[in-house]
Design a protein around this ligand. Structure first.
Ligand code: AMP
Length: 189
């Protein structure tokens, strides 16, 4: 098994690994991180508990230039099926972002629109979202996905089971065709 320092991560991403307290990469991290750093698209069979969150966040934030607050549209978008999962991803992402210097915004349903809209308008680097609320914000012209460089579809199988195919299709279509796409799913059909 390799260690994090051999995978090609930036020094700030390695500092984030330290902060997270991870000593060795999990198998999905070991396999995914070098491919994501190369800019490759990825389909990975990985369920919750395998370390998949850091497998996509560490390499993505490792290479992403920092945005200027107030000027930037989001460049990384993570779509996840539930509010709980989005919040869990956001917790890991904010710990990494403390070291890499990125701004992170989480949007999900069941809460007022105002604070989420304000945060996006202030400018952010990474958006972590559930499909329904993100579609609402797109319809309200609050969020522009035209500068997305990396799109992560997390728990893609669950999003389909939950009937999010139309919402996810709208989101994918709003991102640039040349983006990098990372798809994580517990089952791959
Ligand atoms: P995930 O599959 O991304 O939901 O992660 C499951 C749990 O494993 C989370 O609590 C992570 O903090 C933890 N974790 C992820 N990667 C590592 C690692 N390399 N070493 C130790 N714990 C990890």
């Amino acid at each position: 098994m390799s260690n994090f320092a051999d995978l090609g991560l930036s020094s700030s991403a390695l500092a984030a690994v330290d902060r997270l307290g991870y000593e060795q990469p999990t198998p999905v991290q070991e396999q995914a991180i070098p491919l994501v750093l190369e800019g490759r698209d990825l389909i990975a069979a990985a369920s919750t508990g395998t370390g998949k969150t850091a497998a996509f966040l560490l390499p993505t934030l490792s290479t992403l230039p920092r945005g200027t607050r107030g000027k930037r549209a989001p460049r990384v978008l993570v779509v996840s099926p539930t509010r709980e999962l989005a919040q869990q991803i956001a917790r890991t992402c904010m710990q990494i972002a403390r070291k890499t210097g990125h701004f992170v915004t989480t949007v999900f349903g069941g809460t007022p629109y105002g604070p989420q809209i304000n945060e996006i308008r202030l400018g952010t680097d990474v958006v972590i979202a559930t499909p329904g609320r993100l579609n609402d914000l797109m319809e309200r012209d609050v969020v522009d996905l035209g500068r997305i460089e990396v799109l992560v579809l997390d728990e893609a199988d669950r999003m389909l089971d939950m009937g999010f195919l139309p919402a996810v299709t709208t989101i994918v279509d709003a991102t640039p065709a040349e983006r990098q796409t990372l798809l994580f799913s517990a089952t791959i059909d």
